[in-house]
Design a protein around this ligand. Structure first.
Ligand code: ATP
Ligand code: CA
Ligand code: CA
Length: 403
């Protein structure tokens, strides 16, 4: 933010940046429509397409009122294939990303990345560092292999990698799935790593309307953990295990489990309070509020969604992924939205980032164990033993909470 109060990233005003990105993506996806679908080839992963966008316009690009820029699309055919696997149609992708303004999200991270979310809540665009973009490009064949073998995954869904270039500056943009739909109130939001070193949210973060809390906050606020019914627990833990194995094999570290928690019982009380404000007939009892149709956050229908997801994990559009039904230790009904994020830090990169390195080193005793397999093991153990608990199905589905 400069003295005039104009928001900028790498000195590019973010509004102009956003609109230029939208032009670039629209052009790239539009051009791709002329390339017939075909099988993916090894060299597709390395392709970089580069298009000039002079403000005066060109044969293939429209005129615009921003600075001249170049727009690169990385591995266009490969990403088209990924979008296909994730059942995202080109027209919908264009509509979501390019026809309405994107909203900037506040980023609790230290990296200085900007996050944009599409108006329909389906996509997130994250600015990534040069090293991260290069790492992702190397990762693509492996990512492809994994998608092929492992259709049930909570790894990020990558839909596109682009680069905006202007005045010698490069801004790399990664399009991913939005894990936390804005339409559903998240009563709590956690970014969990399984570490304890400095893993509590800062005062500044906590003062925000929707803070992202960390491991130590979770341990405090969800003493006893989160209960999943046995079947859900087993299948989610299996997915996490497999995903961690993939991350470990690529020597990736410092990723997190992002988790949004919607508390159905709190939401009902909140809605009840609102209704009693509206009509003066006295607050409705809990029984009344339960009789109302509550399609979007009904625990049992979400359970069906989760079950069908297990069969066919990747065929759902990102916003259709219902939350996972769960209970807290008080027995309140929850819906959990989760996924692994920030997976573009490799072990070699990390050695240079001392602050991150320290946070990774802290918990163990000897250097030899501080590597991607140590990180994965600790992450998995934390999720399996502290965050999630395996409950009997009466506790999760029963009318009375298991206390
Ligand atoms: P750092 O490297 O300092 O941890 P970063 O800039 O790399 O930060 P991330 O860790 O990727 O950023 O994400 C920061 C925050 O942004 C997350 O804690 C989460 O609140 C939000 N976020 C990131 N990815 C997603 C996503 N796919 N869906 C919803 N929210 C997300
Ligand atoms: Ca992070
Ligand atoms: Ca990061």
């Amino acid at each position: 933010i400069d003295k005039q109060g104009e928001v900028s990233y790498k000195r590019v005003p973010t509004d102009a940046l956003m609109r230029s990105i939208q032009l670039g993506i629209a052009n790239s996806i539009g051009a791709l429509a002329n390339t017939p679908d075909r099988d993916i080839l090894m060299q597709d992963f390395e392709v970089i397409e580069n298009v000039a966008f002079p403000s005066s316009g060109s044969n293939t690009t429209p005129s615009h009122s921003y600075s001249d820029f170049h727009f690169k699309t990385y591995a266009p055919i490969a990403f088209r294939f990924f979008r296909g696997i994730f059942k995202i149609k080109p027209a919908d992708f264009l509509k979501s990303l390019c026809t309405q303004p994107l909203t900037e999200l506040s980023n609790p991270g230290a990296s200085g990345s900007i996050f944009y979310v599409s108006a329909d809540d389906k996509f997130i665009i994250k600015t990534v560092q040069h090293k991260e973009a290069e790492f992702l490009r190397k990762l693509l064949p492996g990512y492809y292999l994994n998608l092929h073998q492992n259709t049930r995954t909570v790894l990020p869904k990558f839909f596109g990698l682009f680069c905006y270039q202007s005045f010698g500056k490069n801004i790399r943009l990664l399009v991913m799935n939005n894990l936390l739909p804005n339409s559903i109130k998240m009563h709590d939001k956690f970014d969990l790593k399984g570490s304890t070193y400095k893993r509590f949210a800062s005062k500044v973060e906590r003062a925000k309307p929707n803070p992202t809390l960390k491991d130590l906050d979770f341990n405090e606020e969800y003493k006893g953990g989160i209960f999943l019914d046995a079947e859900t627990y087993d299948s989610l833990m299996h997915v996490i295990e497999r995903d961690c194995l993939v991350l470990e094999s690529f020597k990736i570290m410092d990723y997190s489990m992002l988790m949004g928690i919607h508390n159905i019982d709190s939401a009902e009380v909140e809605i009840g309070a609102q209704t009693s404000d509206d009509d003066d007939k006295g607050g409705p009892s809990r029984r009344d509020s339960k009789d109302r149709p509550r399609a979007s956050i009904d625990g049992s229908s979400q359970m069906e969604t989760w079950k069908s997801l297990q069969l066919d994990f990747n065929t759902k559009a990102p916003h259709e992924e219902g939350g996972v039904p769960a209970r807290n230790a008080k027995g309140e009904r929850l819906l959990i939205y989760l996924g692994i994020i920030d997976i573009l830090q490799s072990y070699r990169l990390l050695k240079k980032l001392e602050h991150t390195w320290k946070s990774v080193l802290h918990d163990g005793d000897t250097i030899s164990v501080h590597n991607p397999s140590f990180y994965a093991k600790r992450f998995e153990t934390y999720l399996k033993e502290t965050v999630f608990r395996r409950a009997t199905s009466e506790i999760v589905h029963g009318k009375h909470a298991g206390r």
